[in-house]
Write a protein that binds this ligand. Structure first.
Ligand SMILES: [Ca+2]
Ligand SMILES: [Ca+2]
Length: 155
């Protein structure tokens, strides 16, 4: 019985390990800083072209400094990933993640989220999407932030 279990386990490990052989990943690096309430990656020209696939966002969010009048509790940052969709239709939201910065200057926290499989442009022409980050707080809480990380597509 013991032998049967270990054999089965061995086969499972083999199956899992074989997956990366067929997968490739596009990796885009991003960075931003937020002194007010909104950072629009599209406006800032940070557009990342990735193949259609499983889209993942990972990174760190740094608490950089405070301005006078800062709130005791930091406001949550909603980070959205969008796919540009041309001039005549709204960009498509891939997904969002809420991250609350630590309320201490000089600290940083990490985050990651898997948004699942995403097909850009409704399955259009080149099997690629043009992605950007859009970050927003509900108020300017006078905490100044920065962040960096990767946006990846595994296909
Ligand atoms: Ca500020
Ligand atoms: Ca697009």
């Amino acid at each position: 019985m013991k032998k049967l279990v270990s054999t089965f386990f061995g086969l499972t490990v083999l199956a899992v390990m074989s997956i990366p052989v067929f997968a490739a990943t596009d990796i885009a690096n991003y960075s931003w800083s937020m002194d007010y309430r909104v950072v629009d990656g599209e406006k800032n020209g940070q557009i990342h072209t990735l193949r259609d696939g499983t889209i993942q966002l990972g990174g760190t969010l740094n608490t950089v400094s405070v301005d006078s009048g800062y709130t005791p509790i930091t406001s949550t940052v909603k980070i959205g990933v969008f796919d540009q969709d041309g001039a005549f239709s709204a960009d498509d939201l891939v997904g969002t993640i809420d991250v609350q910065p630590y309320n201490m200057v000089g600290t940083s926290r990490t985050f990651s989220k898997n948004f699942g499989w995403f097909v850009a442009d409704g399955g259009g022409s080149d099997n690629r999407g043009e992605y950007y980050l859009y970050l927003e707080k509900t108020i300017d809480d006078n905490w100044n932030l920065s962040g960096s990380g990767t946006l990846t597509s595994t296909y």
